[in-house]
Write a protein that binds this ligand. Structure first.
Ligand code: PLP
Length: 388
């Protein structure tokens, strides 16, 4: 059976160059980067080289990069760390209603502790309006402690106006964090150009290993660590560094940035072919997310009168892996909080499917989906209790 992986926003395979760079640090060069002997120093050198590489690709300084255990930890460190480090103890967080749960659930946790959280609304395309942020900052006044708004949405791919949003936060002298887990390696990311104070990234979304990530922390941003222990990462993240993971991430970020223009163009074309083909061949469809301000490799579409989950199972049966924007992580089949925030009615949100293309995706893969999916949807609609 043909195997077509169209779920690169969930995770990606480790690319050959990254794996090759990592391998020696599992065996021959196994030293602890904190040890003074040669084994340790070679590991330290590899970690610092990786830090310099990632910093230069993001337009940052090496000491502004903190290695973490992934995107979730980077988001947690940014939010909890800034709140714990705030000198005047503000208790009002401003975020958006379409964040990843790594940000949303961290904010909810603070809400339960009595903090105020403003969840900025989005328009029908999933865009946050910088004016709304200005209003929220004015309303929060000196109590505002942090703004956290993602750079690229994971479900619909919409790219937020981070530069304008960060400028609004800077006007109010409030630190600005962006979750760029789905943006780094896909679109240009330069922390100076964007004007952000903190930025999260994760290796496994860009052909690096799972369980490793980084947080950019602008010099001068006050932050407290989440966990306490040794003085690793300049006291910002205790724990022996994952040397192979860090080396693999740096190589993966480097390769993704090098090939970004060409690969974006290729995936853009394939994505548009998939989008156009489905729009033409399947009635009652809706494109979710911004038509233009969107990650080049992502397509999220709703098909009316059919369950996204049923589409996914049928696709899986013919070897196609995609994902649904409709299933909530707890498995309660709540419609996606992102689509709901965009004003999409639950019955349409329930029929959404996310296709995320990547390195391995070929034109033949797209034609295979275009051939197989329309009859699947037709059959499911005939069986659907929602059918008219
Ligand atoms: N933020 C966004 C936008 C994501 O898409 C993800 C992963 O799905 C995360 C954070 C969490 O990253 P990780 O899987 O590395 O913890």
């Amino acid at each position: 059976m043909r195997r077509v992986y169209l779920d690169h926003s969930a995770t990606t395979p480790v690319r050959a160059e990254a794996l090759e760079a990592m391998l020696p640090y599992f065996s021959d060069e196994f030293g602890n980067a904190s040890s003074v002997h040669g084994f340790g120093q070679r590991a330290r050198h590899a970690v610092e080289e990786a830090r310099e590489k990632i910093a230069s690709l993001l337009g940052a300084s090496p000491e502004e990069i903190v290695f973490t255990g992934g995107g979730t930890e980077s988001d947690n460190l940014a939010i909890k760390g800034v709140i714990a480090g705030a000198r005047d103890g503000g208790r009002h967080i401003i975020t958006s209603s379409i964040e990843h749960h790594a940000v949303l659930n961290t904010c909810t946790m603070f809400e339960k502790q009595g903090f105020e959280v403003t969840y900025l609304p989005v328009d029908g395309y999933g865009l946050v309006d910088p004016e709304e942020l200005r209003k929220a900052l004015a309303a929060a006044g000196t109590d505002a402690v942090l703004v956290s708004i993602m750079m690229a949405n994971n479900e619909v791919g919409t790219l937020e106006p981070i530069k304008e949003l960060a400028a609004a936060a800077a006007e109010a002298s409030v630190p600005f964090h962006t979750d760029a887990v789905q943006a780094v390696g896909k679109v240009p990311v330069d922390v100076e150009e964007l004007g952000v104070d903190l930025l999260s990234l994760s290796a496994h979304k860009l052909y690096g290993p799972k369980g490793v990530g980084a947080l950019y922390v602008r010099s001068g941003t006050r932050i407290q660590p989440l966990q306490h222990g040794g003085h690793h990462e300049r006291g910002r993240r205790a724990g022996t560094e994952d040397v192979p993971g860090i080396v693999g991430m740096a190589r993966a970020v480097e390769a993704a940035c090098q090939e970004m223009d060409e690969e974006s163009r290729r995936l853009h074309q394939l994505r548009d072919r998939l989008q156009g083909g489905l729009m033409e061949r399947v009635e009652d469809n809706l494109l979710n997310g911004h038509p233009v301000r969107r990650r080049p490799h992502l397509l999220n579409m709703s098909f009316e009168n059919v369950e996204g989950e049923s589409i996914l199972l049928s696709l899986d049966a013919i070897g196609v892996a995609a994902s649904s924007g409709s299933a909530c992580t707890s498995g309660t089949l709540e419609p996606s909080h992102v689509l709901t925030a965009m004003g999409i009615p639950p019955e349409i949100a329930h029929g959404s499917v996310r296709f995320s293309l990547g390195q391995a995706t070929t034109a033949e893969d797209i034609e295979y989906v275009l051939e197989k999916l329309p009859p699947i949807i037709k059959r499911l609609r005939q069986m659907s209790p929602f059918a008219r």
